[in-house]
Design a protein around this ligand. Structure first.
Ligand code: GLU
Length: 603
């Protein structure tokens, strides 16, 4: 099947590929050697998927797109206070090469115009062990996920003609914004602009910003989340030179362009996008780059301020343990007791991102309708991302639950929250929802004076199947059982085998596994606890075993073979009938329960 994302990008590419408006940058003579036909679009998703259309592997110089990344490096090297002291964050509304300095302090307006960018380069550490430019190139390489080279001809060409940038640097020096002599700084700035990238590289670099500083392809953390936030802020207000206002209005993404023809845009948490086409408009932005971004923003609904409305269903399901229990098999008596007491445990299955707006709904739901509950289980299996508000809100919820005399259990199998999220609070963390449910069930059972399910050890006469018979019938039946012990890990019932016996689990835990005959994958579908009857389905249906039952711990069980059952049928037909009847009734009850749970859990 054709990939729809690529088709949409291809359409945008096709629409603008033949536009020949604009001109090559010629104030750096070497840039006029660029091929005006080149046009590439690349997109990298937050989970590292790449889409590429057109001339995405053609190398070109990064030019001003570098400014966003050196700004992030300076924030990391010097701290934001030191950087802000020397470079502002206000849009200048002027061209990239304007001499836009604060008249009093000499502070450049922002790091996205040349004055600010040269000041930023001047703030990067430079030592014989690690020369500044090496540091810049190696950091850019990490952002792109591959070793980047640089174009010495373009550098030499700019160095030979860059009088205006030298003048800016000298002004900055006169205001003590950068050190004198300024030449080493300006030359490194020219080299930084001459780093060679492809459109794919730029999309990955933008993708790294989209992922809060972690390269989505290599998983390398290059910048901190806090610094990325600052970089994206100035990109949003100043990244497109004196076109920045219109850009935000029309495209709505933090972006940065360069006179080499590259433009990057970032949709935080979702995409890094790069377009490359060297023909520039009068504001020195790539003509096809701007037009293409405008179309992509519309096609993929990328405008940052057009926030999608939050899913109405932050709470996917809400049920009590009396309605749906754990997936373990346990004695019917226990199940009945849990059906009576389970209303004390409320389960909320949360879906989607755990942001303030969605958590507010969870908090509201608990505040209005959980007064009669003793335990609240939050099931985070389907929860998505977190943000800076998540832990604070959940901790607040946890302490309110405690002060209401209730308990909070959080099931977070995929680790949406860090393990220390609830440190110092009375919150129980469970590995899976089923673990949480078992724990709650055991508490309810113990509270009702029963032994927790796992620790039971039953004699043959204690099983409901036997207990419901008269003494006379029991005496006919019991000698036909044989007791077995099975070591942990050994198979009790094998999927696909002929059905030859019924087992009563006396102690220990057994696990039921199902192997998919199509792909051979095996899944653990339930656990069986003492008191349950195993293998009755096969015996009743007279088919092959539908699943494997394996001892999870050392297990003791009583076996009644088909042969013995047949003997019972000949010698004591009535006892035989009572047993079969009992199995049918309990199986029907279990089926009824499964149907009820299935209806509740249905999507
Ligand atoms: N090296 C170029 C200059 O300083 C970069 C300008 C740009 O890409 O906007 O003039």
């Amino acid at each position: 099947m054709r990939d729809t994302t690529t088709s949409i990008i291809e359409e945008v590419h096709q629409r603008h590929a033949t536009t020949m408006d604009g001109a090559l940058a010629d104030y750096i003579p070497e840039l006029t050697r660029a091929d005006p036909n080149h046009f590439g679009i690349a997109l990298v998703t937050a989970d590292g998927q790449r889409y590429a259309v057109g001339d995405v592997d053609v190398p070109f110089t990064i030019q001003s797109v570098s400014k966003a990344f050196t700004y992030g490096m300076a924030l990391a090297a010097r701290g934001s206070a030191a950087v802000e002291e020397r470079v502002g964050v206000e849009p200048s509304g002027e061209a990239f090469n304007s001499i836009s300095l604060d008249p009093g302090t000499g502070r450049p307006r922002n790091p996205m115009i040349n004055a600010g960018a040269i000041a930023v380069t001047g703030m990067l550490p430079d030592s014989p062990e690690q020369p500044r430019f090496d540091h810049i190139r190696s950091t850019f390489s990490r952002l792109a996920g591959r070793e980047l080279g640089w174009d010495r001809e373009v550098y030499a060409s700019e160095s030979a003609t860059g009088f205006r940038n030298r003048a800016i640097a000298n002004l900055l020096c006169s205001f003590d914004i950068i050190d004198c002599p300024t030449d080493p700084i300006v030359e490194d700035y020219f080299r930084q602009c001459a780093i060679q990238v492809t459109c794919t590289d730029l999309a990955t670099m933008a993708g790294t910003l989209a992922c809060g500083g972690v390269n989505p392809i290599t998983d390398d953390r290059v910048l901190s989340l806090g610094n990325v936030e600052k970089v994206l802020s100035v990109m949003a207000t100043c990244g497109m030179y004196d076109y920045s206002g219109t850009w935000v209005y029309e495209v709505g993404l933090p972006a940065k362009s360069g006179v080499g023809g590259g433009v990057v845009g970032v949709l935080p948490g979702q995409f890094g996008i790069a377009l490359f086409s060297p023909l520039l408009d009068e504001k020195f932005n790539s003509v096809r780059g701007v037009a293409g971004f405008r179309d992509l923003s519309r096609a993929f609904d990328l405008h940052l301020l057009r926030a999608p409305s939050m899913s109405k269903h932050a709470i996917r399901r809400r049920y009590r343990l009396s309605e749906v229990g754990s997936r373990r098999g346990q004695p019917d008596e226990h199940l009945e007791l849990l059906a009576q007491l389970g209303h004390k445990v409320l389960v909320l299955e949360i879906q989607g991102d755990l942001f303030a707006a969605s958590l507010e709904r969870v908090i509201r739901a608990l505040a209005t309708d959980a007064d009669d509950v003793e335990v609240i289980v939050l099931d985070l299996r389907r929860a998505g991302a977190t943000d800076g508000s998540t832990v604070g809100l959940l901790r607040g919820l946890a302490s309110n639950i405690s002060s209401a005399g209730q308990r909070l259990v959080v099931a977070d199998p995929s680790g949406v929250l860090t393990t220390d999220a609830f440190d110092g609070l009375d919150v129980e963390l469970a590995r899976t929802l089923d673990d949480a449910m078992r724990r709650c069930e055991d508490e309810l059972l113990v509270g009702a004076g029963r032994a927790p399910s796992g620790s039971l050890r039953l004699d043959l006469a204690e099983f409901e199947l036997v207990r419901h018979l008269s003494d006379h019938d029991q005496a006919r039946l019991l000698p036909r059982f044989v007791e077995h012990t099975i070591a942990a890990g050994d198979v009790i019932i094998e999927q696909g085998a002929d059905t030859d016996a019924l087992y009563l689990l006396s102690s220990g835990v057994a696990e039921v596994e199902f192997t998919d005959p199509l792909d051979g994958s095996t899944e653990r579908i339930a656990d069986l606890y003492p008191g349950v009857v195993m293998g009755e389905l096969g015996l009743l249906g007279q088919g092959r075993r539908s699943a494997t039952v394996r001892a999870a711990t050392d297990v003791a069980c009583f076996e009644l073979t088909r042969e013995e059952l047949m003997r019972l049928r000949s010698s004591d037909h009535l006892v035989y009938t009572r047993i079969i009847e009992h199995l049918l009734v309990t199986t029907a009850e279990r089926l009824r329960r499964a149907n009820r749970e299935g209806a509740l859990l249905r999507d």
